[in-house]
Design a protein around this ligand. Sequence first.
Ligand code: B12
Length: 107
Amino acid sequence: MSISVTVQVVFTSYPNAHPIPSRTVNVLQGTTGFKILELASKENPSFTFQFKKFSFGDLITSINGVKQDSVAKLSWLIYENGVEAKVGIDELIPSNGDILTFKYEKY
Ligand code: B12
């Protein structure tokens, strides 16, 4: 079954960033957040991201060239329908109508 998921990027701690329009992608049920963000980035390169592999998954380290910063304690955090995700992007399986938000914010 095909579902639609909206991908949003919010620069909470980067007020001068150019806003990126949110993007709704259609994917098969069961597709990971990683694949969804990858698809969004193919449709709009502003969603281009980098990641680091850990034994337990993938950590997003930058989106649209904006990198996590451990000195300033800024990172990309993942929200599903406004709720902080409990798993990494490669383990997240959104449902139809979900909004995936990536917020650059202080932790
Ligand atoms: C500190 C911390 C963070 C910090 C890391 C930054 C920093 N420089 O300290 C911040 C706030 C950025 C963070 C973010 C997230 N985290 Co975190 N984090 C932790 C925590 C509390 C400690 C990690 C640590 O310092 N270990 C000690 C050091 C020496 O070992 P390390 O391997 O070098 O640690 C690194 C990795 O753990 C990595 N990391 C941190 N979080 C995550 C999450 C994922 C999915 C991955 C792949 C890597 C990763 O950053 C650490 C510092 O470099 C752990 C819980 C725990 N007790 O392990 C959760 C934990 C690892 N995080 C978790 C989650 C879910 C996230 C987020 C996905 C939350 C979200 N909704 O956005 C995001 C990552 C989003 C993204 N960008 O992809 C889960 C992972 C569960 C899972 N099996 O997938 C854990 C286990 C907490 C939990 N019980 O829910 N996290």
